[in-house]
Design a protein. Structure first.
Length: 584
């Protein structure tokens, strides 16, 4: 029968076919990203510049000695994430290379598990395929998995947890949840919240512990695993703490609109609650736009006569509202305990994306099934072979074919209508000569720069920097107080008219090279840089100096002390600067 592919089946061959097709799409999307990842000798994913660069220590222990920035990012890296990369390094795989080959593997695992979770809810392989493709598309349009940072492990581990939860397998469920906590504890809390909800049941208006022994075992085992993994996070303090308070953050430009970690936005409450770090991240959750179809699932369930396939939904469908309740509950709690549970958006963006892609896959399947049944009523099985094909309405047939064709095309060819696909956010280094030269210098060589090219140096040159906007995260007070001081000191010295201030900066921090952009002494360089504008009054004083037509000390030594030069940048040797200042 035409619509037999939409019927609940136990056919292993159909399941294998649709699963294989799901993996094919995930592989294609990954291949497109891999082409970018290996397009140059100097390519790194944007977030990997924070989370992977310091792991080069695993290959060479002399790198980044006593480096404030490297030590901080190592301290906040989840243990599971560190162990995995360290293990790869032990067998000779460079961390940067590992960060490029990991995403395709994680993508395939994610696609397979999404397929598996979906058919636990609606046992129709086509539904698993639809949900899997939607999730693969969603992840290809974000940097979640391509980053190969801790968030890349959310989807395979969270889906593994959901899969074993639905299959009522206590040990695999607990292991999956525990591993999730070792990579991304915030989403582990979402999983633990789901277990808490499933542990209780309403009976005659009273809340009771679930009576089914297997369900109770799954929930309790999982919660014990989550507690064990979470305990060290609670007990062990971060050496770069404490975490910034909400009250203090409201006074910091870094957390205000335009800031490095913009959070508060009192002028635009809609944006605050739906888009930003404090919001639900609806725009991200509803990417691709076809995910919005998932919002129709509750409506579809109310019309089983028109959408008969919804009758095939198993009791596991209750997982979807449980995910919604838990995610929104933790989102609210994160706002109440602002920054103590880190960012509220982390409790909704990932879990609700999974929720909507699965729901959307189910909606697409039941709608296509309904269209086919409307045009081709009955089936050989249902009518003992008596269906008269000739009596079918040509109009209905055409409409059904058009409708299912449109939904299928929308699902499969959606990326063709996106301006850029995939969107892995890889950064391509353009200063190869600079990177190679700095890499030839001693490991403790320190580079000072206000330019955004400094963000690439720890990764490509494997040498520490004094400061950089990519690394200026303001969440831990102990860490950011030092970064703020370094950045303010560097702005003041770079635009100072006093030789003593330049000399003092070099000697205080032990700077070996000073990287300057050719346009750095134009007032617009500072005025158009939101990151530098956070550091007042240093930035305003520097602009005033340049507007007055005065020449900063550093500008006067550029021609003499430039060791390496490109079209955009000049690398100054600080010993040369000190010699000139001493002679004066």
């Amino acid at each position: 029968m035409v619509h037999s592919v939409f019927r609940p089946l136990r056919s292993r061959s159909q399941t294998v076919f649709w699963l294989s097709l799901s993996l094919t799409f995930a592989a294609i999307y990954s291949f497109l990203a891999l082409r970018i990842a290996f397009s140059s000798d100097f390519v790194v994913q944007d977030d990997a510049r924070q989370h992977v660069f310091w792991m080069q220590r695993f290959m060479d222990s002399t790198l980044f000695p006593n480096d404030w920035i490297a030590d901080y990012f190592q301290s906040v890296a989840p243990w599971g994430y560190q162990w995995l990369y360290h293990g790869a390094a032990l067998v000779g795989i460079d961390p940067l290379l590992f960060s490029k080959i990991l995403p395709p593997i994680l993508s395939l695992i994610t696609a397979a598990l999404c397929f598996g979770v979906t058919i636990q809810i609606l046992p129709v392989p086509v539904a698993g395929f639809c949900a899997s493709v939607l999730l693969s598309q969603a992840l290809a349009m974000t940097d979640a998995i391509f980053s190969a940072t801790p968030k890349a492990f959310i989807y395979p581990l969270f889906l593994a947890f959901l899969y074993y939860l639905l299959r009522r397998s206590p040990l695999p469920c607990a292991i999956s949840l525990g591993l999730l906590g070792l990579f991304y504890p915030q989403v582990m809390l979402v999983g633990a919240g789901v277990l808490v909800l499933r542990l209780g049941m309403w009976d005659r208006g009273r809340l009771k512990i679930v009576t089914d022994g297997r369900d109770r075992q799954v929930c309790i085992t999982g919660l014990v695993a989550a507690f064990v993994v979470l305990l060290p996070y609670v007990v062990l303090p971060n050496p770069f703490g404490p975490v910034v308070t909400a009250e203090a953050a409201r006074r910091m430009p870094e957390f205000l609109p335009g800031g490095r970690s913009a959070f508060f936005d009192d002028a635009n409450p809609w944006s605050f609650w739906t888009k930003g770090r404090g919001g639900l991240r609806l725009e991200s959750i509803l990417t691709p736009a076809t995910n919005a179809l998932g919002l129709l699932l509750p409506l579809c369930i109310r019309f089983p006569a028109r959408l008969p396939l919804v009758r095939a939904l198993t009791r596991n469908v209750v997982l979807l509202p449980q995910l919604l309740i838990t995610s929104l509950g933790l989102f609210a709690l994160a706002h109440l305990l602002l920054f103590k549970l880190h960012l509220p958006s982390r409790y909704t963006e990932h879990s609700l994306r999974v929720l909507l892609t699965i729901s959307a896959g189910i909606v697409i399947t039941v709608v296509m099934d309904a269209l086919i049944q409307w045009a081709f009523p009955g089936s050989p099985a249902e009518s003992n072979g008596s269906t008269d094909v000739a009596q079918r309405s040509p109009l209905k047939t055409t409409a059904a074919i058009a409708g299912t064709g449109l939904l299928s095309a929308l699902l499969v060819f959606y990326p063709a209508f996106v301006a850029e696909f995939p969107i892995p956010r890889y950064e391509i280094g353009t200063e190869a000569t600079l990177y190679r030269y700095l890499r030839s210098q001693p490991p403790d060589t320190l580079i000072a720069s206000l330019d955004n090219e400094a963000n690439n140096l720890p990764t490509f040159a494997q040498r520490p920097i004094l400061t950089g906007d990519e690394y200026a995260l303001p969440y831990h007070v102990g860490y950011y107080t030092e970064i703020r001081k370094r950045t303010s000191d560097l702005i003041q010295a770079q635009y100072s008219l006093e030789p003593s201030q330049v000399r003092s900066l070099i000697e205080e921090y032990g700077i070996d090279f000073w990287l300057v952009r050719s346009s750095a002494f134009n007032p617009k360089y500072l005025q158009n840089n939101p990151w530098l504008q956070q550091y007042q009054p240093a930035a305003e004083d520097a602009i005033a100096t340049l507007d007055a037509g005065q020449l900063p000390v550093l500008q006067t030594v550029v021609p003499t002390c430039t060791l390496l030069e490109s079209d955009r940048l000049a690398l100054l040797e600080t010993q040369c600067i000190l010699n000139i200042l001493s002679a004066d």
